[in-house]
Design a protein around this ligand. Structure first.
Ligand code: DP6
Length: 334
């Protein structure tokens, strides 16, 4: 081991919404996913993280949105730092300060932007300068979807067969397609089973093998729809993919039913609006909130209609976001 090291770096990363979902691992320890996935980064829904390695620290610390963290959140961040420390050859502990600008408990995947920002900041603070594919592999070890928040715009994470082949890359830049994700918040409650627990029980659903076997077809349709900016083809596959994942969730043991009544109301409204000619489709992660994907041109009008649906508490809007990046200014040590 090298001598203790001092180093500070700060990174910003955006959350992402998956068009083709990651659900289930083929290898839990390495976080090798059961299937490949495709997502869009969400501009403005971001995490900023400062990592300070300091020889006088006896343990890692984590402050999230001003609150010192203990237990699982701290241990998970610390395990992730261990991995990066091993690569760099240091044992020095770190103080981590992190802020999300989106309301916590909205069901927006904070682990994606969180582990993407933590990975980039920790590597930079230790003087590591990994190339982008390597950064995505490292972020993947912290949270699978974090691998897709490292590159910019529309991103594909290849399932791969081992650590090296399971990485993410941009398949189109943020300005390729003026889409917007309208996040309809229907609940602020914390979900009882998070993604990590859900991945672990995905194999208990007899539907999971069929979903995984069909993934290459859905990935092809999604990739082509993005390349050709074909909204109808995108809508068709995005909704089918989300419903297939929720079919697996609902038929797992224990059963995971993330939907609440407004979730179904939004699904039916979205399908009715599209049947009437509006380019809009829905997708849903491991929670009750609904992401409505539409074009920037239609964004205002669709947002107003979404606000009218019973049970919708708020609507956030995000256009395609860029890659994770370093910032010159650090968050104050708390
Ligand atoms: C439903 O990446 O949050 O949002 O690797 O355990 O942190 P961990 O899981 P996570 O799972 C994301 C699940 C999803 C679909 C997706 O984003 O692809």
């Amino acid at each position: 081991m090298a001598e203790p090291v001092t180093g500070t770096a700060t990174a910003r990363s955006y959350s992402n919404i998956a068009f083709i979902k990651y659900w289930g691992n083929r290898d839990d320890a390495l976080r090798l996913p059961a299937n490949g996935s495709i997502s869009m980064n969400l501009d403005g829904l971001e995490t900023v993280t400062t990592v300070r390695f300091r020889p006088d620290l006896r343990a890692d610390s984590l402050t999230l949105n001003g609150q010192p963290q203990q237990g699982e959140p701290l241990e998970r961040a610390s395990r992730h730092l261990d991995h990066i420390r091993r690569l760099a050859g240091y044992e020095t502990r770190a103080g981590v300060v992190s802020r999300n600008n989106f309301p916590t408990g909205t069901g927006i995947a904070s682990s994606a932007s969180a582990f993407s920002a933590l990975t980039l900041a920790a590597c930079a603070a230790l003087g590591l300068n990994p190339d982008e594919p390597t950064l995505t592999r490292l972020a993947r070890r912290g949270s699978g979807s974090a691998s897709r928040s490292v590159p910019g715009g529309f991103v594909e994470w290849y399932a791969g067969a081992d650590d090296r082949s399971s990485y993410a890359e941009s398949i189109a830049s943020p300005d390729h397609w003026a889409l917007v994700d309208l996040v309809a918040i229907v609940s602020h409650e914390h979900k009882t089973v998070g993604s990590t627990g859900g991945h672990a029980i995905a194999p208990t659903s007899p539907l999971q093998p069929a979903r995984v076997a069909d993934t290459p077809r859905r990935l092809d349709q999604c990739r082509t729809a993005i390349r050709e900016r074909d909204f109808d083809a995108l809508a068709d596959v995005v909704e089918q993919d989300a419903l297939m994942m929720h079919g697996v969730m609902m038929s797992s043991r224990p059963s995971l039913v993330y939907w609440q009544p407004p979730t179904l109301a939004l699904i039916l409204s979205t399908q009715a609006w599209r049947a009437q000619g509006t380019p809009v489709c829905f997708t849903i992660d491991a929670g009750p909130n609904v992401h409505l994907i539409t074009t920037v041109d239609e964004g205002e009008r669709v947002a107003r209609a979404v606000e009218q649906v019973d049970g919708v508490k708020a609507v956030l809007a995000a256009t395609p976001g860029g890659p994770a990046h370093l910032l010159d200014e650090h968050l104050a040590a708390e």
